[in-house]
Write a protein that binds this ligand. Sequence first.
Ligand code: GLC
Length: 551
Amino acid sequence: MSDSGSGELRAWWRSAAIYQIYPRSFADGDGDGVGDLAGVRARLPYLAELGVDAVWFSPWYASPQADAGYDVSDYRAIDPVFGTLAEAEQLIREAHGLGIRIIIDVVPNHCSDQHPWFREAIEAGPSSAARDLFWFRPGRGPGGELPPNGWQSIFGGPAWTRTNNPDGTPGEWYLHLFAAEQPDLNWENPKVREEFEDVLRFWFDRGADGVRIDSAALLVKDGELPDFDEAEPPVPHPYTDRDEVHEVYRTWRALADSYPEPRALIGEVWLPDAQRFAAYLRPDEIHTAFNFAFLGCPWEADALREVIDETVAVHAPVGAPATWVLSNHDVPRHVTRYGRADTSFNLDHRQLGAPTDLALGTRRARAATLLSLALPGSVYIYQGEELGLEEIEDIPDELRQDPMFFRTHGANLGRDGCRVPLPWEGDESPFGFSPPGATSEPWLPQRESWRTLTAQAQATDPSSMLSLYRRALKIRRETPGLGDGPMRWLAAPDGVLAFTRGDRFAVVANLSGKGFDPAEAGADHRILLSSDPAYTAGELPPDTAVWLETA
Ligand code: GLC
């Protein structure tokens, strides 16, 4: 990695294109049907050719995999299903050799119920120091048979599970905002804070260039554990607006900035309110956070323009770069979302199984790619979106793995559909995901129709989604004005989004139902790239975006 002298330039995350690897589903090196680090290492040249600046890994730590690795039992070890610590170190070195930075996922809100701390807490019993690392409380009602409060798990059902005392009698309850296998840690306890600082140092010292902070807003709870109306949560919220969480991030920021090349702190902050979201991005806190407002926005020009303006407006006062995200491992893939009658998304409105027109969704996804890669700040690409993969919605129940599916008794199909192993090459499953002679099938079934969407099939087709991403990322890197920096809207009719970056670059996205000639939005231009490979000049068809070099 070449270090530049200036602090501004070293803040590479301000403009980076960051590719998310979901390790179980990226590439399987050892043939057990589950992705691993050997698989990733073999595919690093693919990522270099794609043109991404960094890779973020969903958790690779030792874990019972009750929530696909987001239940960590040892933050300093790699899960044997993925490989070894030595391999992770090797991978970081190899990625750096290709100019790719590595971001790892740190999961501070909760650990696994198999983590030594939690095992010890269960054995030590009520009022022990070991229990103070978590949220153990007696139950309500006679005999304590009711949970301590009415908080609900984000995965469905109560956020509390009752334990047995060491003598086998029913005992205290513990808090888990996610699955019961993910007990929440008590961030008021200094030992928890010290431990995570040490974990960060452990990985930063091994060359990790940054961390993605899982569930970053949830860490600190109101110690009174007040009941509240989930439909209309109060502000301040009992676990997303606590002042103490900002203390934690100030400490982390000082640590990240103490490295010769500062490490990036990237927050997963799901908050409906932009101002509260921006509070996490103050100059001495998290560097940058995922823009879920953009991800959830319907494919409509007015709504998108509003989200873009609000995003830019809330980031400016805190000096943080905006981010642009279309998909990740928690949401239905956007090719599918954009083909639906209602193209919006939010966590309580997942619309899984709603009818979709994949051709339309793909057309819009291509335009959305050119729109988001042109916006100011950094951009995230979820593995497989560059192949145009759709959400797989008909996974048989017995193969589903997501705790969200089980905790809602199937009412919520959960997130498995965006986690299906990638198709790399060949005409049939496992499509090169696993090596020849693999002993197991891919852990979730792939689509037969993906034979036309393999990386291999798309690599040589100039009109493929993969070619669009490769060309767009190359232009994005080479064009001054793209990435971090200002944008300026151009006058355009209803349904059209048009803006400039720098002196000679403009993007025009036509979301209206009729053709629009980009010449009307600006002066002379040359087409650099179009989301519709058939478009060469004149009226831009609906659901198409173009990148222009302006005179
Ligand atoms: C985050 C992760 C999600 C995980 C949850 C609990 O939202 O992105 O995948 O299930 O936190 O760790």
